[in-house]
Design a protein around this ligand. Structure first.
Ligand code: DHB
Length: 300
C-alpha cells in the first residue's frame, strides 16, 4: 500500500505537491489533489502582498529550471479564501510561510492554523530573496530561535524547509529538531545562474535563482540520507523527483514522504498518478508491501 503517515499528517500516497508550483490559488491546489497528490503545499505566503521580480523569472534547461520569482503572492489576509477552497479537496494542505523575524512567522502560523492548514512549512531556504529564506536558513541559531518561538506560541505541526546551499545543513537541522521542529523538508533549490551569450548578461532579472529538477536529485538524495543519520524527526524528501523509482530512492534514503515540483512542469499534471502507478509496479517487483517498511532501509 502507498499510504503513509508521519508528524500527524496522514496521506493516501507519499507524494505531495512542492511549494511554488500551482500553489497560489485554491482552485489550482484542488486540481493537483484531484490528479493524485497525497498532500498539497501552498506557494510561500508572507504578511504583505508582494509583486515579485520583473521577468524573466524562469529559465528552462534539459536538466531542470532556474527560477527567481521573488516570493510573489497576495499576503496572508487575502489567502484565507484560497485556503477555504483548497480544503474542500480533502487532502492535507500545508501552508508554506516566509518571514524575516520570529514574530512574523508566529503571526503567519497562527493565521494558517485558523485557516485550517494541517501544518506549516517554514521556507528558511529561498536562495536569493534579500532578508528572507536562506539568509536565515544557513544560521543554526537563527533557525532554532524561529522554530522555538513558533512552537511556543502556535499549536501546529511545523516543518522546516532547509537549504542545501551550506555546509551547515546538518547543524541547522539538529538545531531545528532541538527547538521542537516536527519535521524537516529537504532540499530547497540550489543557488544558480544562467548567462546569455547573445545578451552578454545574466538571463534572470535577479541575476541568480534557484536550480531545481533532475540536476539536483543526487544532491537531495545525499542530503536526506545524511539528515536521517542525525535526526529522529521525520524527513520529507525533495529535489528532482520525476519517477516512481526516484520516490523509492528518497524513501530508502530516509524520507517518510516526498515533494514534487519541477516534474509537474516537465511531465505534466498527470505526474502524481503516473508516479504512483510506477511505484506500485516497482514495489510489487521488489517484494515491498508498504512505504513504511522501506523508510531508511538503504542505511548500511
Ligand atoms: C523562490 C522561492 C524559493 O524558495 C525558491 O527555492 C526559488 C524561488 C521565489 O519565489 O523566488
Amino acid at each position: 500500500t502507498l499510504d503513509t503517515s508521519f508528524a500527524g499528517i496522514s496521506m493516501k500516497n507519499p507524494t505531495m505537491l512542492a511549494s511554488g508550483v500551482m500553489g497560489e490559488t485554491g482552485s489550482s491546489l484542488c486540481r493537483v489533489s484531484e490528479l493524485g497528490a497525497g498532500a498539497l503545499v501552498t506557494k510561500s505566503i508572507g504578511l504583505e502582498p508582494r509583486h515579485g521580480y520583473p521577468n524573466p523569472t524562469l529559465v528552462e534547461f534539459p536538466y531542470g529550471y532556474i527560477n527567481a520569482m521573488g516570493l510573489p503572492g497576495p499576503g496572508i489576509e487575502l489567502f484565507e479564501d484560497e485556503m477555504k477552497n483548497a480544503l474542500k479537496c480533502n487532502v492535507p494542505v500545508i501552508g508554506s510561510l516566509f518571514a524575516a523575524v520570529p514574530d512574523d512567522f508566529i503571526d503567519l502560523a497562527a493565521k494558517m492554523k485558523e485557516y485550517g492548514a494541517s501544518a506549516v512549512e517554514l521556507n528558511l531556504s529561498c536562495p536569493h530573496a534579500k532578508g528572507y529564506g536562506m539568509e536565515i536558513g544557513i544560521d543554526p541559531v537563527a533557525v532554532g530561535k524561529i522554530i522555538r518561538e513558533v512552537k511556543g506560541s502556535v499549536d501546529i505541526t511545523v516543518i522546516a524547509k532547509l537549504t542545501p546551499n551550506t555546509h551547515l545543513l546538518l547543524d541547522v537541522a539538529k538545531e531545528a529538531e532541538a527547538a521542537g521542529c516536527d519535521c524537516i523538508a529537504a532540499i530547497n533549490t540550489l543557488k544558480a545562474m544562467a548567462i546569455s551569450v547573445e545578451a552578454k548578461r545574466p538571463v534572470l532579472f535577479n541575476k541568480t535563482g534557484g536550480l531545481s529538477g533532475p540536476a539536483v536529485k543526487p544532491i537531495g538524495l545525499r542530503c536526506v540520507y545524511e539528515l536521517s543519520e542525525v535526526l529522529d524527526i521525520p524527513i520529507i524528501g525533495v529535489g528532482g523527483i520525476e519517477t516512481g523509482r526516484d520516490v523509492l530512492e528518497y524513501i530508502m534514503a530516509g524520507a517518510s514522504a516526498v515533494q514534487i515540483g519541477s516534474a509537474v512542469g516537465r511531465r505534466g499534471l498527470s505526474v502524481f498518478n503516473d508516479i504512483c502507478s510506477e511505484m506500485k509496479d516497482l514495489m510489487e517487483k521488489n517484494d515491498i508491501q508498504s512505504i513504511k517498511e522501506i523508510v531508511g532501509v538503504a542505511h548500511v
